[in-house]
Every structure is written in structure tokens, then in C-alpha cells.
Design a binder for this molecule. Sequence first.
Ligand SMILES: *[C@@H]1O[C@H](CO)[C@@H](O)[C@H](O)[C@H]1NC(C)=O
Ligand SMILES: *[C@@H]1O[C@H](CO)[C@@H](O)[C@H](O)[C@H]1NC(C)=O
Ligand SMILES: *[C@@H]1O[C@H](CO)[C@@H](O)[C@H](O)[C@H]1NC(C)=O
Length: 427
Amino acid sequence: MMLHQSVLLLTAIVATLVCTSQASSNYGVDCSWPIHSKNLTCGNLLGDRKAIYEDYMEGCREHWGEKGRKRCNAAEADRLEMSRKQPQSMVNFTSTGFKKLKAPAKLWELLSEFWEENEDEQEIEEWFVGNVYTNNWAAPSYYIGVEDTELEGGGPDLRNEIWEAARPVLEEWTGRKLQPTSQYGIRIYTEGAILAPHVDRLPLVSSCIINVAQDVDEDWILEVYDRNDNAVNVTMEPGDMVLYESGSLMHGRPFALKGRYFANIFIHFEPTGEDLDGNAGRNEVVDDDFYPPYLLPNSPWLETWAQQNPSGWRRTSPSAASVGVPKAHAAAASGDVDALERLAFDDKESLSACDANGWTPLHEAARAGHLEVVQMLVEKQQVDINSLTNKGKGSSAYFIASQSHSPDHPVAKYLQSLGAINQGPEL
Ligand SMILES: *[C@@H]1O[C@H](CO)[C@@H](O)[C@H](O)[C@H]1NC(C)=O
Ligand SMILES: *[C@@H]1O[C@H](CO)[C@@H](O)[C@H](O)[C@H]1NC(C)=O
Ligand SMILES: *[C@@H]1O[C@H](CO)[C@@H](O)[C@H](O)[C@H]1NC(C)=O
């Protein structure tokens, strides 16, 4: 009898093992979507992924028209290059790279209340020209900004509370002190949405996603990779939180959303270089102060990072309001529309943020006379054309453009045509 039972048990175990190994096949990068190379390598294992990908890229090029064709291809080349070079250049702070858990009660309360109040206030999300991260042309995404003061409960305070409620979870997981770098959401994806697998731009390093609400027919899979480079499908329900090392872990949603919508928020931090006791952590390997403590010495991404951050990395805790400000200001001053469009994706708020003198990127662009930047900020990002520098005691962008150039300069004329005010500083 005993023997019989254990034989049955053994048979059951063997059957389970066999079933499991048949149900999930192992595959790595370049199967569900191009990650290192445009050549997909898994044949029909996941269906005709090549056709889906080609259709996606064609959708991008058609949507963005003449100018977009080039931009789609360039942004795609950029995505692949980052996927190849950035992960191997990063310090990994955890053994798995990702972890799913329930969002802490306080964080969930903040998000679910904000969602319930403002669910109907969704606005269509603007994407930069040539965006290849999501197929917004086929499946428009929507946005309700937790930072939006016009929404019930929204504003900088809520944003800070969200960072503070998420921070301990990520600090415990990474074993590092963290500082906020960006927050994006709530974004609402719709039927047919695909999110191309990618790594985030630095300094989006230690991050989490929280599913706030969904109405789906099937789980919308978040695809990540384990330390053996095998794809892992992660599923999420409202209240679930996925921690991930977003600068080194490939993540995306390559299988189209089946259902009405999926709403989530992204909360990002970067390690300060200290462990939880405030000592310099063991992984902080680049010891000159120029590079951040999460990039490896002699790694392929250092050069790109240095180009993008000419003044180096500073271990200061940026206040919520000033996150990303220097970058957006620098890009506006130098006429770098592409950089601003990327910031619109990573850190939209920085496009209207003030620097220490109360200047916004619009003021910088007006002073430098970059019409394309001014138009992009005004038309696509809807920044306030009449904001004044120096806490409202300074000048309007129109005034700055007229003074720095002339009232006939294209930037001045453009702002004038919109009815912008011509206000100089209070003396
Ligand atoms: C991808 O495939 C094309 C056509 O089959 C081939 O010419 C090219 O060398 C391949 N590229 C890589 C990186 O394998
Ligand atoms: C960090 O993790 C990523 C993703 O698992 C991996 O591709 C990369 O090689 C790792 N970096 C190092 C330096 O091991
Ligand atoms: C992930 O999900 C897709 C779509 O359902 C499926 O085809 C694939 O086999 C799954 N991959 C893994 C590793 O479980």
C-alpha cells in the first residue's frame, strides 16, 4: 500500500515535470521582438513575429510622414544600440533584476484614489516624432498626470508622496540609498498596444511599475529576461508592483494588448552611491566623481553617457520640482529638439520646470532664438507662453526674444502671433 502510494506520487511528479517543461519553451532575445539585432532568430516559435514587427515599423513611418520616416528609423537604431550596450555597462544591484510584489498599502491608496477621482479626465498622450517605443498610431495611449494641479488631488505633493511611498521598497530591494529621478503616469494603453522592449535612459535606474487598473481579456504580458537571458512573462493585476533595474533589464510588452485598457505608473530612482547605512557601497566601482556610481569602468556606454552629461554626475538629491531641469534647459538653449522630444517621453514635467533663476526651457529657447524648439514646446507640450522668469517678477519669452534678437526675429513674431505678452522685468 505504502509502496503503491509513493509510486503514484512519483508518477504524478514526473507528469507535472513533463507538463511544465512542455508548456514553456525557453527563448532569449530577438525572438518576440528585435532587441540586439533586427534579424529575429526563433522562426515561428511565437508566430510570425517578423510580420508583426515590420507592420509596426511601417505604421511608425506612415504615421509620421516625410520627416518621420527618418526619425522612426533613427529612433529604432538608437533603441537597438542602447539594448546592446547599456545593460553590460551597468552595475546590477540585485540577483534577479526584477521582482513582483503587492504595492505597499499607502502607495496603493494614493494611486487608486487618484485614479477613481480622475479616471474620466484622460487626455490623449503626445509622442515625439518618430517614437518607436509604442505603436501610438495604431493604439493611442492616454495620460492622467499625478503632477497635474488641475486634477482632483493631483500636484507636486502627490508626486512626492508617491516617490516617498515607493522609495523604501526599492531601497530595501537594491540595498542602496536612492534618489528620485522621474515619475510618469498614469499612462493608459489601449487595445492593440505594443511596448517595444527597451532599457530606460539614465538616470532611470531603480524603478517600479504599478498596475493601477485594467480591463483586459487576457493578461497583458510584461516581458523581461532572467540572468540566463531567457525571456520571462510577468503578469500584473491592479495593485501589483514590479520592481526592475530599468537601466539594465530589457523590458517591454511585445504581445499586443487584448482588451479595452491597461493603466500603469512608472516610478524611477537612481542609486546615490551609498548603502543603507550611508557607507559607500561595494558596487560603486567608478571612483572618479564624473560618472554615476552605477556605470562600470571601461564599459561601452561611458562615452555616450559623457556626451549626454558633459558636466558629469552630481550626488545631490534633486528636489522633485527640479528633476531633469538642467537637461531640458540645456537642450532648449542648444536647439536640440530630439533631446527635448525624448524628455517629453521620460520626464515631461522638466519641459516646463524652472531653474534656479526661474527660467523655463521656453525662455532659454527664446533667448537662443530657436524657432523649432519654441514651436515644439508651445504646440506639442503646451507650455505656458506667458510664464515669467524670476518667480513672476521677470520677463516673458516674447520680451526675451525681442530683446535678445529683434521684434522681427521669427521667434518673436511667432510668439506675437499667438498673442503672447511682451513683459519685461519688474524694476
Ligand atoms: C540579418 O539578415 C540579413 C539578411 O538575411 C543579413 O544580410 C545580415 O547580415 C544579418 N545581420 C545580422 C546582424 O546577422
Ligand atoms: C546586468 O544585467 C543585465 C540584465 O540581466 C545583463 O544583460 C548585464 O550583462 C548585467 N551586467 C553585468 C555587468 O553583468
Ligand atoms: C509568453 O507569452 C507569449 C504570449 O502568450 C507566449 O507565446 C510565450 O510562449 C510566453 N513565453 C514564455 C517564456 O512563457
